[in-house]
Design a protein around this ligand. Structure first.
Ligand code: CU
Length: 218
């Protein structure tokens, strides 16, 4: 590989890793969004309590889940739960699917089993992407009917989806105890919270120096 091509590859890798992970547009999420703790289950670093949040109506015959992915690819799990603190016992409300391409994906047709009608609980959105599992939660009140599709329910032109199976992601339906820090980067030997990205940056820096060294010696 030519030195410039190698350099470009390393820079691409670096750019991909330092981007944020994903955000949720609908329904509104609970807790302050924190990029660094988005890998902490069940809700991305926020400990929910149904008594302390204002749930949004979510219509059981069809309503909207919309996300923005800042990774090139992700598999997605939509799960719900009526535990007051969102611990365990999750129900899948849409089959696991894969998104290819960064950007917005809006799904206006998510239905909820009728047994949840009238209950308050959580919608958990779990992403399985290049740097591990990522979590966000919305507090919702499951109500009758079909939701109105908002004007911003659009898909980025670069986004495509397909049905896939992802056993690790499906296993998140049974997840109940809070994850320890560092689970966000399961494929890397970096475990301290907050240090994960510095550690990764260090690895990339070493890689860059090796490439630059190779370029200088050519
Ligand atoms: Cu990420």
């Amino acid at each position: 590989m030519a030195p410039m091509a190698l350099f470009a590859t390393v820079m691409l890798l670096f750019t991909g890793i330092t981007n944020a992970h994903f955000t949720v547009e609908h329904p509104p999420t609970i807790g302050q969004f924190n990029d660094d703790t988005e890998g902490d289950q069940p809700c991305g670093g926020y400990s929910p309590d149904i008594a302390k949040v204002s749930p949004t109506d979510f219509h059981i015959d069809g309503d909207v889940i919309a996300t923005t992915l800042t990774h090139p690819q992700s598999t997605w799990l939509y799960r719900i739960n009526v535990d007051p603190t969102a611990q365990g016992n999750w129900t899948e409300v849409w089959p696991v699917f894969q998104q290819s391409g960064q950007g917005k994906f809006c799904n206006p047709r998510v239905t909820i089993p009728r047994e949840f009608l009238g209950k308050k609980g959580f919608i958990g959105i779990v992403s399985h992407a290049v740097d591990g599992f990522l979590y966000q939660c919305s507090a919702v009140h499951f109500v009758e009917g079909t939701g109105t599709t908002p004007n911003d329910c659009t898909n980025s032109s670069s986004v495509t989806t397909s049905w896939v199976s992802d056993d690790q992601l499906t296993a998140k339906l049974n997840e109940s105890t809070p994850s320890s820090s560092g689970q966000h980067t399961p494929n890397l030997a970096v475990s301290s919270k907050g240090g994960a990205f510095q550690g990764l940056g260090g690895l990339v820096t070493v890689g860059l120096m090796v490439v630059l060294g190779a370029m200088l010696t050519v």
